[in-house]
Structures are given as structure tokens and as C-alpha cells.
Ligand binder design. Structure first.
Ligand code: NDP
Ligand code: GDR
Length: 331
């Protein structure tokens, strides 16, 4: 039975990746960082089938100890400070976790077992102020946030360890991917959850920032399968995963409200508080290398994605105490 260790297992992608690897008969070890309140909602349904272990990307010794104890065949490094706006208010933490955390994990692999295959969760945010469209593996980087800068570091240190130590280390350059398990602070989930709250009569407005930026949005379960495919390939390489389509934030909003028969203009308030100091205006990926070499393709269209997320939030609000689903923080 192959064994995989996942950092970030409590997050959106970590939970879907764990589901997928269990289906492939993997032994799954999930790294959880210590907190005073547990955050296991996304992995509750599989908690008896995975091993949950303590560790933190800030602490090298914890990573070495985990690799020595569990001897995984594959490591998926999904942990990060992943919310772009917070990276301006906490740039050093973002660098410690999202950038140097990658080196810590790579160094742990170099020290413990160089045969471990390594996946790094790189991001389309590295392309930032884009140099060409669509963006492909060779497109030059121009990050626009401390998060994007940290991801560029994570990408290059992965390439460097591959070339310096002959590690099977790959960087997946993934464009935005969403799901009903997405954090409430990210735009798509903020919108679909906001729509559900309005339908349920719990609120009447949704405050958002820039409606004009464009993103290439796909469905998260498709993307975690792509991560696994990269590690099964016969040589380590870097791949873009994207749908190849781009849509504005405004289009996402219009379809989400339209799905429940509402006019978004009656509910959305543009609030400059949600503008970013520097914006990424246009992202659209070219996934043709992943299709050609790995056979990877996305399976859910943009419209289907928006609708399935609205439906899931409507269903959740019907069964869950409303207050528990609403953040008190203004993201
Ligand atoms: P989430 O924000 O949902 O999950 C992040 C995970 O990282 C959580 O499990 C979190 O733990 C964990 N984590 C944060 N800090 C540490 C730390 N110091 N040590 C150990 N674990 C830590 O992100 P996603 O699932 O959406 O994304 C997964 C990865 O992919 C991230 O690296 C993200 O930057 C990257 N990415 C995501 C894309 C997307 O569209 N979703 C696109 C491209 C890249 P806790 O639950 O305790 O907070
Ligand atoms: P992003 O995702 O920054 O692309 O990073 P997010 O969903 O936060 O923003 C997408 C776009 O929507 C605009 N926007 C708003 N965003 C948020 N969060 N809240 C708002 O109220 C709002 N109004 C407008 C933003 O300005 C932006 O243009 C995500 C993360 O998952 C990263 O970790 C990952 O690397 C990239 O996707 C690819």
C-alpha cells in the first residue's frame, strides 16, 4: 500500500486529496498544526481512515520527525498562509510558512529519504501582472502580493532541490479552484454563501471589492487528481492546471444570484475596504501540457461550478444553525 503524507489536510485541497488517495488505496497521513480549537470539519467524514499527526511548516524538527516515523512514498505540501489579502498585513508570517516552509519540507526529505516524491502547491498568483495570456509553464513571473512573492520562492526552491539533489520534486502551477469546502473568505464561497444567506432571509446585502478582475476558475476535486498524476509521471516536471477560460468576478456574482432568481444589483454593495493594494487583473491558464503529458482535463464548467456551490450553501443553511456558518470577521 503506498503511503502519502499531506500537509494542509484540514484545508480545501488537503481534504479532497485525502478522499482521492483513500479511493486509490493509499495509507494517508495528515499533518495537523496545533491549535486550541480543532479544525477538522473538512476531514470529519474520513477521520477514522487517516492518521492525523502533529507538525508545523515553521518547525523543521517536527517535519524530520514525521518523515522518519512514517516513511511516506509521497509528500504533498499543500499547507500555506493561502489568503492573499492577509499576506499584506502578515507578510513575514506568509514568508515563513508559504515560502520557507517549502524549504523546510524539502530539506527534511533531503535529510531523511531522497526517494520520497514531493509535490509543491504553486499558484497562478506567481504570474500576477501577466506578461502574456494565456499563462503557461514558461510565462515569466510578476507576483503582485507578498503571497505571490512567497509562492515564487516556493516554486524555485522546488526546482532547485530537484536540480541540486536529484529529488523527484514537482511544482503544480494551479489556477483558482473552488468547491463547497472552500473557505468563506475567498470570493467564490463568500458569494455563494452570501446568496444562500439572502435566500434564507438572514441578510439582504453582500459587500464585495473589485468586480472587474478575471480569474480562471475550476472545480477543486479535478485539481487534486492532477496533483497525484504529476507524482505518478515517470519524471519530475512542472505543470499548469487550469480550465483555459476566464471570467470576471462580476460574472460569478451575476450567475450565483441568477441561479436563485435574484438580481445581484439589488444586493451587492461595492466596498473599497475589500480592494487590494495591488490587484491581479487577468488570469487565464493554458493547461495543454498537462493534457498532453498527463491526460489531465477539468470536468466541471464555470456555470456548473457556480451553481453547485450555491446549491451546496443553500442545503447547508437548511440543516445548520445559521450563526455557526457565518464568520464574525469582515474579510
Ligand atoms: P486552505 O487555506 O484551505 O488550507 C491551507 C492549509 O494549510 C490548512 O490545512 C492550514 O491549516 C494549513 N497550514 C497553514 N499554516 C500552516 C503551518 N504553519 N503548518 C502546517 N499547516 C499549516 O488552502 P487550499 O486548500 O485552498 O490550498 C492548498 C494549497 O494550494 C495552498 O498552498 C494554496 O496556497 C495553494 N493553492 C490554492 C489554490 C486554490 O485555488 N485553492 C490555487 C493555487 C494554489 P489550518 O486548518 O490549521 O489553518
Ligand atoms: P485569489 O482568490 O486572490 O485569486 O487567490 P480570492 O477568491 O480571494 O479573490 C479572487 C478575486 O476576487 C476579488 N474580490 C474579492 N476577493 C475576496 N476574497 N473578497 C471580496 O470581497 C472580493 N471582492 C472582489 C479579488 O480582488 C480577486 O481579484 C486564490 C487563493 O486560493 C490563493 O491561495 C491561490 O493561490 C489563488 O487563488 C490561485
Amino acid at each position: 500500500m503506498p503511503k502519502a503524507l499531506i500537509t494542509g489536510i484540514t484545508g480545501q485541497d488537503g481534504s479532497y486529496l485525502a478522499d482521492f488517495l483513500l479511493e486509490q488505496n493509499y495509507d494517508v497521513v495528515g499533518v495537523i498544526r496545533r491549535s486550541s480549537t480543532g479544525n477538522y470539519s473538512r476531514i470529519q467524514h474520513i477521520q477514522d481512515r487517516i492518521q492525523m499527526v502533529q507538525g508545523d511548516l515553521i518547525d523543521l524538527a517536527s517535519l524530520i520527525g514525521l518523515l522518519e516515523e512514517h516513511r511516506p512514498d509521497e509528500v504533498y505540501n499543500l499547507a500555506a498562509q493561502s489568503f492573499v489579502p492577509i499576506s499584506w498585513s502578515q507578510p513575514i508570517l506568509t514568508g515563513e510558512v508559504t515560502a520557507l516552509g517549502v524549504t523546510r519540507m524539502l530539506d527534511a526529505i533531503r535529510i531523511v529519504d531522497k526517494d520520497i516524491r514531493f509535490y509543491q502547491a504553486s499558484s497562478s498568483e506567481m504570474f500576477g501582472k501577466v506578461r502574456e495570456a494565456p499563462q503557461r509553464e514558461e510565462t515569466p513571473f510578476y507576483p503582485r502580493s507578498p503571497y505571490g512573492v512567497a509562492k515564487v520562492y516556493g516554486h524555485w526552491i522546488t526546482v532547485n532541490y530537484r536540480e541540486s539533489y536529484d529529488l523527484f520534486a514537482v511544482s503544480g502551477m494551479l489556477f483558482n479552484h473552488e468547491s463547497p469546502r472552500r473557505g468563506l473568505e475567498f470570493l467564490p464561497r463568500k458569494v455563494t454563501h452570501g446568496v444562500a444567506r439572502i435566500v434564507a432571509g438572514l441578510s439582504n446585502e453582500l459587500r464585495l471589492g473589485n468586480l472587474d478582475s478575471r480569474r480562471d476558475w475550476g472545480y477543486a476535486p479535478d485539481y487534486v487528481k492532477g496533483m497525484w498524476m504529476m507524482l505518478q509521471h515517470d519524471q519530475p516536471d512542472d505543470f499548469v492546471l487550469a480550465t483555459g477560460e476566464t471570467h470576471t468576478v462580476g460574472e460569478f456574482v451575476r450567475i450565483a444570484f441568477g441561479h436563485v432568481g435574484l438580481d445581484w444589483e439589488n444586493h451587492v454593495v461595492v466596498d473599497p475596504r475589500y480592494y487590494r493594494p495591488a490587484e491581479v487583473d487577468l488570469l487565464v491558464g493554458d493547461p495543454s501540457k498537462a493534457k498532453r503529458i498527463l491526460g489531465w482535463e477539468h470536468s466541471v464548467s464555470f456555470e456548473e461550478l457556480v451553481q453547485l456551490m450555491v446549491d451546496a450553501d443553500l442545503a447547508m443553511l437548511e440543516v445548520t444553525e445559521p450563526q455557526r456558518t457565518s464568520p464574525n470577521i469582515n474579510w
